[in-house]
Design a protein around this ligand. Structure first.
Ligand code: ATP
Length: 137
C-alpha cells in the first residue's frame, strides 16, 4: 500500500465542503490514516510550497493558503499517489475531467480546493511536514 498527502484547501473549508470531499476520498477506496485541521502561518505555507519560490503565483498562493483553516490528511491505497491525482483532476478546474473533485468544487487555478503529492519523494516530504509517524495509523 502507498501513502499520499492530501490537503483540503482554504476555499473548500470556507465553503463547508470538507465532509463532501472526505466522502469522495473514502468512496474511491482511500483509507484515512491520519487527519488534522490547522491554520498555516506564513513560514509554514512558504516552506510547504518552497519549490514554487520565485514564481509569479508564489506570494498570492502563500496568502491564500494562510487565509483560512485547512485539513491535512494521509491517505492510503494501492497506487495512492497516481490514483489520487486522477481523482482530483488538473490544477486548473477549467481543464479538469468530468467527475473530478476540482471540476466539481474548485473556484480557480489558485483556489482549487485540494492538494495531492505528485511523486513518492514529494509524498514522503509532505507527510513528514505535517505528521510524526506515531500520528499515522
Ligand atoms: P498541488 O501541488 O496543490 O496538488 P498541483 O500539483 O496541481 O497542485 P502545482 O503546480 O504544484 O500544482 O502548484 C501548486 C498550487 O499553486 C496549485 O494547486 C495552485 O493552487 C497554485 N497554482 C499553480 N499554478 C498556478 C497559476 N498559474 N496561477 C495561480 N495559482 C497557481
Amino acid at each position: 500500500l502507498e501513502r499520499t498527502l492530501s490537503i483540503i484547501k482554504p476555499d473548500a473549508a470556507e465553503r463547508n465542503l470538507v465532509g463532501r470531499i472526505l466522502s469522495r476520498f473514502e468512496e474511491n477506496g482511500f483509507r484515512i490514516v491520519a487527519m488534522k485541521m490547522l491554520r498555516l502561518n506564513q513560514a509554514q505555507a512558504e516552506g510547504f510550497y518552497a519549490e514554487h519560490q520565485g514564481k509569479e503565483f508564489f506570494a498570492p498562493l502563500v496568502e491564500y493558503m494562510m487565509s483560512a483553516p485547512i485539513v491535512v490528511l494521509v491517505l492510503e491505497k494501492e497506487n495512492a499517489i497516481k490514483d489520487y491525482r486522477t481523482l482530483i483532476g488538473t490544477t486548473n478546474p477549467e481543464t479538469a475531467a468530468e467527475g473530478t473533485i476540482r471540476k466539481e468544487f474548485a473556484e480557480s487555478q489558485r483556489r482549487n480546493s485540494v492538494h495531492g503529492s505528485d511523486s513518492a519523494e514529494s509524498a514522503a516530504r509532505e507527510i513528514a511536514y505535517f505528521f510524526v509517524e506515531s500520528e499515522i495509523s
